[in-house]
Design a protein around this ligand. Sequence first.
Ligand code: COA
Length: 252
Amino acid sequence: MSALVTTSVKDGILTIRMNRPDKKNALTHAMYDAMGKALGEADADPAVRVVLITGTADCFCAGNDLKDFLENPPGAKNSPVLNFLKALSGAKLPVVAAVNGPAVGIGVTMLLHCDFVYISKTANLSLPFVDLGLVPEAAASMLLPHLAGHPRAAELLMLGEPFTPQQAVEMGIANATCEPQDVEAAALKTALKLAAKPRNALLQTKALMRADFESVSKRIDREAEIFKECLASPDAQEAFTAFREKRKPKFS
Ligand code: COA
């Protein structure tokens, strides 16, 4: 079996690829571990100047693996997902995302911590946390209202309805939409430009732009506590079981 997360470094760019196309790149504990570790190592490696996160040919990420949620629920502290989110939200290097297909749940919320985001025109995006009996993670409950305004954030987080790549651009989640075959090239072009910049000035600029990291980090922790409680609720268990059984959930 090929690695579910692959990493490679070229021209100062670390590419982290979610590589589980048969499950739409749904993330398991092991995948969060690999991604969190790669981000941590990149920050400490002077040969790496930029991180590029992407998925496979026609999919970015279908969110957390729902089977993993049932069998392997994350704890509120030191879970692989939390470690990954802390590594991403605290990343010192610039992070560019190439969203080459559907992005759901954490597939979207991770974008809120990237510096540049390019999305395929054909990608559907959604944040179905409430419909799964859950609450948002990755500080999305704070960052999304800040970016998009409360009413639009409520549409995404409370109604959980799919939204388009163009809407993601309008709300400030992404820089641009691209033809599907051009997404990675657009992300790589920006990554190459960044890799050629003076490293210290670039990193200091990112640090200044992300100066409220502490409050983001606290919100990630707070959400994780509530998320853990929700995960054990009958509503969430029903939502995951329904997904596995390919039927609509029946909430109490
Ligand atoms: N966890 C586990 N498995 C998942 C998954 C997830 N989050 N998302 C997709 N898969 C699996 C499906 O079960 C299916 O597996 P199977 O072939 O063994 O039946 C396979 O990936 C393909 O998914 P499918 O739904 O057939 O693909 P699609 O192109 O029709 O739809 C999505 C793609 C991403 C829109 C859809 O799979 C989806 O909505 N997934 C759930 C997303 C979600 O709720 N994530 C959690 C957010 S917190």
